[in-house]
Design a protein. Structure first.
Length: 402
């Protein structure tokens, strides 16, 4: 587990550095309308292929399961190579800039899926999946918190230096991935489930996936959807339409909201440790409802305090929701398919984030309250659907969602 934590720390630190570098090239140095169009094109070029390939990633890893360490390492190595490509492209603004950014984002999403399939295999005796992912979350947050200021300092020398710094971090992470324990490649006694089995119904029953697990996954999809929306929408709103008195400090303004989300994630992880995942099926619903309330309040009374509160709430709820899902998978899913369910669920959650990101780019920046209200409306509808599904499950305790 220690090697996994080290690898994830360097990987997350590298992602933070890339975010700083790209923010200074794709985001802040071009007009808002042009930047928004570029990011939309960027998302379409990167995430649509990922959406098409996502259902194939799991089966591919299943077929070559004895090479999981190399699969994880390759997703990090690709990001290292793309950073070198980006370092040479940022000064010229060539098409290679988007090509490199495309590679980093797709590889980062693929890393999340491959890592998810490896975590259950490195659990120490007596260690739960929830505790392991909690440690990984805290490690990633701490690594990003340390790396981002270093990257900002290097950005004074130019974005190319930030990307070279990210290259070093990803290179170290690649080596650590290859040096993961041999049991990462072991698949003794494991069976695989198809990504479509997580929709519920007969397929889920056949795979041993309970209705509560499907409902928790749906709750988490809502949380990730909101996260993707906020990242893409608030970034441009705060830049183009800052709050009164913040016109010349948009970078600091964005840092406040994004930082609130990071603090929230840390708080959520700590709360999960205190709660010890008691009644996780209730927790996932509560955090989804809390997200809905936070968006409604922000839409009705849009201001700096409500925007920061929304970021804080989203961070707390996403962390608590994910760890509750992990607890349900550990508790309710048969051991022989648990690793596969965990990896497939992570794939679906990545896709939910992408869907939210597209909505964030598609909605108009003004009036902000209307766009936030649309997001709240969609989330309310999804919450009602999830709660109704849970009621059906409660009425038929042994049944699965249909």
């Amino acid at each position: 587990m220690a090697r996994m934590l080290e690898m994830h720390a360097f990987s997350t630190a590298g992602d933070a550095a890339v975010a700083v570098a790209l923010a200074g090239t794709l985001f802040f140095q071009v007009p808002t309308g042009e930047a928004r169009g570029q990011v939309a094109q960027f998302l379409a070029l990167t995430m649509l292929p990922f959406a098409l390939m996502a259902p194939l990633i799991g089966p591919f890893l299943d077929r070559y399961r004895r090479g999981r360490r190399w699969a994880i390492g390759s997703t990090v190595a690709v990001r290292a190579v793309c950073c070198l490509l980006l370092a040479g492209a940022v000064s010229t603004g060539s098409a290679e800039l988007f090509l490199g950014a495309l590679g980093v984002l797709v590889a980062s999403k693929a890393y999340g899926v491959t890592k998810a399939s490896a975590v259950p295999r490195v659990l120490p005796p007596g260690f739960t999946l929830v505790k392991a992912n909690s440690r990984l979350g805290l490690t990633g947050t701490a690594a990003a918190a340390v790396s981002a200021p270093l990257a900002i300092g290097l950005s004074l020398l130019g974005p190319a230096w930030v990307l070279r710094y990210a290259f070093v971090l990803f290179t170290v992470a690649t080596v650590l991935a290859i040096l993961l324990p041999a049991q990462v490649d072991s698949a003794a006694g494991e069976e695989q489930v198809d990504i479509t089995d997580l929709r519920g119904g007969r397929a889920a029953r056949g795979a041993g996936i309970t209705g509560l697990v499907v409902a928790a996954l749906r709750c988490n999809a809502g949380l990730r959807f909101l996260s993707g929306f906020l990242v893409m929408y608030m970034a441009f709103v705060l830049r183009d339409r800052p709050f009164d008195g913040w016109e010349g400090r948009t970078t600091l303004l964005l840092a406040l909201v994004v930082g609130a989300a990071g603090v929230g994630s840390t708080i959520g992880t700590g709360l999960a440790a205190v709660l010890r995942t008691r009644q996780p099926e209730l927790t996932v619903v509560v955090v989804l409802v809390a997200d809905v309330v936070a968006v409604i309040v922000a839409a009705a009374m849009y201001s700096l305090p409500t925007a920061v509160t929304l970021g804080l709430t989203a961070g707390i709820c996403q962390a608590l929701g994910k760890l509750s899902l992990d607890a349900l998978i550990q508790r309710d899913v048969p051991e022989n398919v648990r690793t596969s369910v965990f990896a497939r669920s992570e794939t679906l959650l990545q896709l939910a984030w992408v869907a939210g990101g597209f909505l964030g780019i598609g909605l108009p920046l003004s009036p902000t309250r209307v766009s936030l209200g649309i997001a709240a409306g969609l989330l309310i509808g999804w919450t009602v659907f999830v709660i109704r599904s849970l009621i059906r499950v409660r009425r038929r305790p042994t049944a699965n969602l249909s």
